[in-house]
Design a protein around this ligand. Structure first.
Ligand SMILES: [Zn+2]
Length: 360
């Protein structure tokens, strides 16, 4: 097999069908985030995904949700990605078929979770059947894929704090000690939302917007005064870095209906430095889901083995990742105009590893 075909095979992902782009895009981002974790930090176990997969479980209405296909999707893609063996046309066709079946099985598990509150099994099955043909939200799908991997992500929680005495409001009571951060972030989504105004204030740089969000919060004017009447309070955002967790990944969800005037500045060329009270760490943009509003999702990923950036679009080239420019902001793809929708950054070890040394 010639080099080009081998390349195709290594980068073969699932092919679009039945409006699956929201799952295809989420899966691609999930897959390549892990490839970076493996690259920077090593594999947890041979062939295992770095991010724990949600557990199989039984819903109240008796339906069993099976997340195993997510692990299988990873191992199938991994085998292709690392493969040097020659596959003939029939074997390649079988590989595509398998990836599509696994993708559909992941989609089913996700849609079952989303419909979990439907009490009747038949109602759930009808809803899932509908959703298996309907486009969804890639960010929500990504959150579900990462549901059991929370500690791998930098997460934040918001507290109210008296601006005069600095006491925290916790379960309706005023406390001098800060609330347990790990407890507070444990239920938070791995994908943190960046609001339009925050993005605008940071000149379109999501990472800078996130940094600014963390830094916000006024110091109390008269700290530790128990006699305070707590007349004024402000909301402050605390991140898991305060509890010593750096988070090997940062996921930032951007506005999904941005005004035309909004400019982006993704800074894919440089690692970005996060500075909090407890942590200074470099993060590298490793993947971005791009969105054409209400039409289609695609995923741009950076490969850890020096191939640059690739775009995965299940509707193009049968789902083979194709070389693309590093993401900056809005981009024309096919006949559509796309904007950045969900960015994932990976923590860069210090000192940094040699990017060219390993394939994964
Ligand atoms: Zn007070």
């Amino acid at each position: 097999m010639v080099g080009q075909e081998l390349q195709r095979l290594r980068l073969q992902s699932s092919k679009w069908s039945n409006n699956s782009c929201y799952i295809d895009a989420a899966l691609a981002l999930w897959e390549w985030a892990q490839r970076w974790l493996h690259h920077f930090w090593g594999e947890p176990a041979p062939g295992a995904p770095a991010l724990p997969v949600p557990a199989n479980h039984r819903l109240a209405n008796g339906v069993v949700v099976n997340w195993q296909p997510l692990t299988q999707f990873w191992s199938t893609r991994r085998r292709l990605y690392l493969s040097d063996v020659l596959l003939d046309a029939a074997a390649l066709k079988a590989a595509v078929q398998q990836l599509m079946e696994l993708r559909d099985a992941v989609r089913r598990a996700y849609e079952q979770e989303r419909s979990a509150k439907l009490a009747a099994r038949s109602a759930l099955e009808a809803e899932v059947s509908t959703q298996m043909l309907t486009m969804g939200a890639a960010a929500t799908a990504f959150e579900w894929l990462c549901k059991s991997a929370g500690t791998h992500f930098l997460r934040t929680a918001v507290f109210k704090r008296c601006t005069r005495c600095g006491y925290f409001v916790q379960q309706g009571k005023m406390q001098l000690d800060p609330p347990s951060i790990l407890e507070a972030v444990s239920g938070m989504s791995p994908a943190m939302e960046i609001m339009l105004a925050e993005l605008q204030a940071a000149q379109g740089d999501p990472f800078a917007a996130f940094q600014a969000k963390l830094s916000a919060g006024r110091s109390p004017t008269n700290p530790g005064q128990a006699a305070c009447l707590h007349a004024s309070s402000s909301r402050i955002r605390i991140s898991s870095t305060s509890a010593g967790e750096t988070g090997s990944l940062i996921a930032l969800q951007l506005p999904d209906s941005p005004p035309d005037a909004l400019q982006y500045r993704l800074c894919a060329g440089d690692d970005q430095v996060l500075t909090t009270a407890n942590v200074t760490a470099s993060y590298r943009l490793v993947g971005v889901i791009m969105y054409q509003k209400d039409v289609h999702f695609v995923t741009d990923v950076r490969t850890p083995c020096g191939e640059g950036w690739l775009r995965f679009d299940g509707m193009i080239a049968n789902g083979v990742g194709r070389p693309t420019e590093p993401p900056v902001g809005r981009v024309t793809h096919g006949a559509g105009r796309y904007f950045p929708y969900l960015c994932v950054y990976a923590l860069v070890p210090s000192p940094p590893v040699d990017v060219e040394m390993t394939r994964e």
